[in-house]
Design a protein around this ligand. Structure first.
Ligand code: SF4
Ligand code: SF4
Ligand code: SF4
Length: 521
């Protein structure tokens, strides 16, 4: 059984990676790339509470959670990609690890406190799972840190090997194959990738203190599964007292410290159904039973801890909501096309960076925000137009967003939808400050009627001569704010044209007067 579980873990991890690479241009359907995020019960429950709405796309998360009434924390032991990565890391760090101390058992309650704090914040319409959900963490770190690092090293190794001048043909074939399958066309760069990478590394290194430290003590999704498992209707791991010699091997092998000290039973809240205890028991006293039983297991969440967690949730919420950056920068960023109105967008977006990943394969417009849209908007996707632009023929971000923070658009609607508006900076734009022609932004504008127009005027140059210069300006009625003019502007440093969110159209705020209101909306 344990072997079967390991195979399941590896298959789910491979499936996770397959979906990660599947989120790329051209995105040709099949299995939705965001399916892991949609089956996270934490994403489903908290998003629905924070938005006060039933989000149909997240219903699978509720089904996955309901299965815990029968199968306990099966998700943690058999499916979770972060849990599997931690197990793999555990093998690598095994020798470094200290012996798991029972003194730290009291920290088991931390995960419930975190879950409670998140729930309290969600009730006040503030969604904070983006920092804690394991699927979100995995998707985010894979996009922003692990993948760019892998690309950097693969590129570097290939270039090094090619310089030696041997095995050139097979090397080129391998490189070509990688380029056409999993490698991007150009190296990837994401804002804050170092921060995301360090947080992930921290989670893995916590294993030095206890096996599956994150899962035992911190993961709110594990806490959610554990809470439902406390009402478990089937027996699960069962220890036959007739055969048990209390040798303690099961307890040592248990990743979650779930075997009670009297070796009478496994703690249904902590047990992740990994079956290692069955494997190691020399007396074969342990088995897995699906017999019906109902005996509520208490979570021991004391009243004091309950109050602390609630207070922490409220304090965090208050601090974030009243933070000065919210006041100064709210709504100052350009969001992807189809983004919901800002408040709803912030409630829904789980900061998984799925949209950022797929965008990096088209126009590279999206980056995770820092404080550009306040504390509340941290790590949400925003357009960094100097880095990349929204590709005119692309609607992919809305297709992979698991929570509906970006509404999926039809291409014809997207082509007319205003994400923002470009403005010229006359102190930097070449024709304006140097009195020389430059047509780059106009040439790249993808609109059939071109949103950049010219005012042709005769001017006197610095040497006293006169010349005819084309002065560009933005036709506000046409510009959709895709940002390609900013990306392509040849001026060094900040561009001669910049993108703002003026006149932006958020999904759900549009009406017939916008001319793009779909009849069935
Ligand atoms: S506790 Fe959390 S991270 Fe660990 S396996 Fe379960 S869901 Fe995954
Ligand atoms: S529609 Fe624009 S922002 Fe969205 S993925 Fe495509 S290029 Fe990126
Ligand atoms: S908007 Fe982007 S980061 Fe936010 S939930 Fe959707 S895909 Fe994830």
């Amino acid at each position: 059984m344990e072997r079967l579980r390991r195979i399941s873990q590896i298959l789910f991890l491979i499936f996770f990676l397959y979906l990660f690479f599947h989120a790329t241009y051209p995105y040709e359907g099949g299995v939705p790339a965001e399916i892991f995020l949609r089956i996270s019960p934490l994403v489903a429950v908290i998003t629905m509470i924070a938005t006060r709405a039933f989000v149909a796309t997240l219903i699978f998360g509720l089904i996955v959670l309901a299965l815990s009434f029968f199968l306990g924390r099966y998700f943690c032991g058999w499916m979770c990609p972060l849990g599997t990565t931690i197990d793999l890391m555990d093998r690598l760090l095994g020798k470094l690890r200290r012996s798991d101390s029972k003194k730290v058992r009291k920290f088991r309650l931390w995960k419930f406190s975190i879950l409670l704090a998140i729930l309290v914040a969600a009730i006040f319409s503030f969604q904070f799972i983006w920092f804690f959900d394991p699927i979100v963490i995995m998707t985010r770190v894979a996009t922003t840190s692990l993948y760019p690092i892998a690309v950097f090293f693969v590129d570097g190794t290939m270039n090094l090997l090619l310089q030696f001048g041997i095995f050139q043909d097979p090397l080129f074939s391998v490189y070509d194959f990688l380029r056409n399958s999993i490698l991007p066309l150009e190296p990837l760069f994401f804002q804050q990738s170092v921060i995301f990478g360090l947080i992930f590394l921290g989670i893995l290194l916590l294993n030095r203190f206890a096996k599956r430290f994150w899962c035992r003590y911190l993961c709110p999704l594990g806490a959610m599964f554990g809470f439902v498992s406390s009402f478990r209707l089937t027996k699960g791991i069962s220890i036959d007292q007739k055969f048990c010699t209390k040798c303690g091997r099961c307890q040592i092998s248990c990743k979650m410290d779930a075997i009670d000290d009297d070796f009478q039973s496994a703690n249904a809240i902590e047990c992740i159904e990994c079956m290692s205890c069955i494997q190691v028991c020399p007396e074969q006293a342990i088995s897995y039973k699906m017999n019906f039983r109902f005996a509520r297991q208490k979570t021991d969440l004391s009243r004091r801890r309950f109050i602390w967690s609630t207070a922490t949730g409220l304090l965090t919420l208050g601090l974030v909501k009243t933070g000065f950056p919210n006041k100064t920068s709210q709504g100052a960023v350009v969001r992807p096309p189809g983004a919901l109105p800002e408040d709803e967008f912030l409630d829904r977006c789980v900061r998984c960076q799925e949209c950022v990943k797929i965008c990096s394969t088209t126009g590279k417009a999206l980056q995770p925000a820092f404080l550009e849209s306040g504390w509340e908007g941290i790590w949400t996707p925003m357009v960094n137009a100097r880095h990349g632009y929204c590709e005119y023929n692309c609607i992919l971000c809305g297709q992979v967003c698991p929570s509906g923070a970006i509404h999926p658009l039809e291409l014809e609607i997207k082509k007319k939808l205003k994400m923002g508006l470009a403005y010229f900076d006359r102190n930097r734009c070449i024709p304006w400050y140097r009195n020389e022609d430059c047509l780059v932004c106009e040439e790249h504008c993808p609109l059939p009627d071109k949103a950049i127009k010219f005012d042709v005027r005769e001017v006197r140059a610095q040497d006293g001569s006169t010349r005819v210069v084309k002065f560009p300006y933005v036709d506000e009625s046409l510009c959709i704010g895709c940002g390609i003019c900013v990306t392509k502007c040849p001026v060094t440093g900040p561009a001669g044209i910049f993108l703002t969110n003026a006149q932006e159209q958020r999904w759900g705020e549009m009406d017939e007067s916008d001319g793009i209101y779909p009849e069935n909306f």
